[in-house]
Design a protein around this ligand. Structure first.
Ligand SMILES: *Cc1c(COP(=O)(O)O)cnc(C)c1O
Length: 369
């Protein structure tokens, strides 16, 4: 019997992307096998982290890397690293930041909420978030003003679709901070496909999720400057104790990196494009919706399917269709569109062909014949 039947759990078709409340992603065979093997073994955790360090450096071209519990903890621990360095006294003192640089400057539009506000991940380290600019955007002058305080620990930038407003290029923001000797952390979250691009901005540390597109168990990956990665690892004797990566997570990260390195990206991209194109043709034959494929808004290497709902024909608006898909069995989760637009999106990356068929069948049942 499967896990869903054993524990009486809702069956899900996840066309919403790597979404934390749905268990994020599917790990491949190689990751599952490695994780299962890790569970019954002992390891010197320091050696495991050294192996992760080497693998992450090879994978990303960064000087160094480490795995922590998740990306949210990676934000807290990278901020902590910029406040404490490797000082044992400072690490032991956190979240008491007396005598340390503690201001974390971030553009107001980058104050994202990925399930909790990113400012809380900053405050967990004892730091004080200082927003610059407005929701509508920020300028280099806004950054200069924020960074001119005497107690700045780092500049925090976010490179995801959650970011609001227009801003300067990330690399220009990094350069402004560096002219003042301030280190820069970029929260790259789901953007493991773009990690080299994020490192090329000059950022001192970049965090990405292990469990989103990379498909490891839950893990936050931190890559960048060797001294700052060492300072992140050193937090394990401080606040990082509550945010450590498990042995199975680190082994899973190693297996996931190997799988990514073996992946034929050209073939993978073609496969994703074909999947979306086929879905769009089939969904386009339904009444009440128009189907198109649209690029990922943050430059990830695949498209999503967009359905524009005509409520007069469909008999319901886009929000009602999203709900109707969700309340059926299996429960189908899609991405809601903008509140003022009759649209919804489907990300098909994680879906099996049979699941795509099931989505189309459900749509045909919900829409007029
Ligand atoms: C998902 C996400 C996080 C948090 O990652 P978790 O590993 O789920 O805790 C942080 N920042 C952004 C922008 C995200 O999308």
């Amino acid at each position: 019997m499967g896990l869903h039947a054993t524990y009486k759990l809702t069956r899900i078709i996840n066309a919403r992307g790597p979404y934390t409340p749905l268990g994020v992603s599917r790990s491949g065979e190689g990751v599952a096998t490695a994780v299962a093997a890790a569970l019954s073994e002992f390891f010197v955790m320091e050696e495991l982290q050294d192996a992760a360090d080497r693998a992450l450096a090879r994978f990303t071209g960064a000087e160094a890397g480490t795995a922590v519990h998740c990306t949210a903890s990676a934000i807290t621990l990278t901020v902590a690293a910029t406040m404490t360095g490797e000082s044992p006294e400072r690490i032991a003192a956190l979240p008491d930041t007396t005598g340390m640089p503690r201001a974390v400057v971030l553009p107001a539009g980058h104050a994202v909420d990925y399930g909790h506000p990113i400012e809380q991940a900053v405050r967990l380290a004892g730091a004080v978030p200082v927003a610059v600019g407005t929701e509508a955007g920020y300028t280099l002058e806004d950054l200069e003003t924020g960074l001119s305080r005497p107690d700045v620990a780092c500049l925090l930038l976010v490179s995801s679709r959650l970011v609001r407003g227009a801003g300067t290029e990330l690399s220009e923001a990094v350069a402004v901070a560096h002219r003042r000797g301030v280190p820069v952390v970029i929260d790259g979250a789901a953007q493991d496909f773009r990690i080299d691009e994020l490192l090329r901005t000059g950022a001192d540390l970049v965090t990405v999720s292990g469990q989103k597109y990379l498909g490891s168990p839950t893990a936050g990956l931190v890559v960048g400057r060797v001294d700052l990665v060492a300072a992140v690892r050193a937090q394990e004797r401080g606040i990082g104790r509550a945010m450590k990566a498990s042995k199975e997570a680190v082994i899973g990260v190693l297996a996931a990196i190997e799988a990514r390195q073996e992946l034929d990206m050209t073939a993978w991209r073609r496969q994703q494009a074909d999947k979306v194109a086929d879905f769009v043709v089939r969904a386009g034959a339904l009444r009440g919706v128009a189907a198109t494929s649209v690029p990922d808004p943050t430059g990830l290497p695949f498209e999503r399917a967009r359905l524009d709902v005509d409520p007069a024909v469909a008999g319901m608006d886009a929000a009602a269709l999203v709900t109707a898909l969700r309340v059926g069995a299996p429960s189908i989760w899609v991405m809601p569109g903008r509140p003022d637009a009759e649209e919804l999106f489907l990300e098909l990356v994680a879906l099996e062909p049979a699941e795509i068929d099931a989505v189309l069948v459900r749509l045909s049942e919900l829409l007029p014949g």
